[in-house]
Design a protein around this ligand. Structure first.
Ligand code: PGA
Length: 261
């Protein structure tokens, strides 16, 4: 794992967007995995700014999102399809037909989940998957106890995840308790994983996921097994990392990061 600690959340968001844009520029027919959540909002604003400045072209990019609430139509303002359309897709030159989010209204949930994994596989797999981390340590909606080998499935959300997200809903109790989520195994098959973790509220779980033992109780800890995982944090989220100074030394001195310093 490569751990990069940025002074502020704005620096971390900018760096994340830059790395995504650089990866797309190196391979225009990019298969991009995306995430939702408050952490990602400024990343998408940055990507939009890079697009408007002529620094990245999404015309040949295909995207897949991590998750979607069961029962929410795409036009619901808390659906992840709506989040993606409004925060990113409508603002850049991606072909909306090339953007994929699980269908929260699918009648046959198992078939929809299997279809999603097949679609990714048929496209040749994901080149880079952008992920965040939840307070339970989840990546996507893989809450505690989810197998590292899990495939896309419908998950019943933990109480902590429900508490984390319900206030986005009006009324809060209308938040669905179930969601389609890419499995830990689905995400781990991505050629590269880029994780963004910001804010003091994520400091404990970031330390547990990055430096603690691998466990299905913290699905993000599976990233320790990934051959190309880059984790970008701001100082606040990195404050509980034991090897904080070592990670900074690597980023400051290793020639592989020269372009990003
Ligand atoms: P957040 O969510 O970006 O809103 O903190 C992240 C997550 O739950 O994965």
């Amino acid at each position: 794992m490569d751990i990069i600690i940025c002074p502020t959340s704005a620096d971390a968001e900018k760096l994340t967007a830059r790395m995504i844009a650089d990866a797309i520029n190196a391979k225009p027919e990019f298969r991009l995995g995306l995430a939702t959540g408050a952490t990602m909002e400024n990343v998408y604003a940055e990507l939009t700014a890079l697009y408007k400045a002529g620094k990245v072209d999404f015309s040949q990019v295909r995207s897949w999102n991590l998750d979607e609430y069961v029962g929410l139509p795409p036009e619901h303002d808390q659906s992840y399809r709506y989040f993606m359309n409004t925060r990113l897709f409508n603002n850049i030159n991606i072909d909306i037909r090339n953007t994929h989010v699980p269908n929260g209204l699918a009648d046959d949930e198992e078939a929809e989940a299997a279809r999603y994994d097949e679609e990714i596989e048929d496209a040749g797999g994901i080149d880079l998957w952008l992920v965040g981390i939840g307070k339970t340590g989840h990546i996507a909606f893989n809450d505690p106890g989810t197998s590292f080998n899990s495939r896309t499935h419908v998950a019943y959300l933990s109480n902590e995840t429900y508490e984390q997200n319900k206030n986005y809903f009006n009324p809060p109790e209308s938040m669905p308790r179930r969601a389609f989520t890419a499995g830990v195994g689905t995400i781990m098959e991505s050629r590269k994983i880029l994780q963004l973790i910001t804010g003091e509220r994520k400091a404990d779980i970031a330390a547990a996921a990055i430096e603690g033992p691998m466990t299905a109780m913290i699905s993000s800890s599976a990233l320790q097994l990934h051959p190309d995982a880059v984790i970008i944090l701001d100082e606040a989220a990195a404050s509980k990392l034991k090897l904080r100074d070592f990670y900074k030394e690597i980023f400051a001195n290793d020639p592989k990061w020269a372009a990003y310093r």
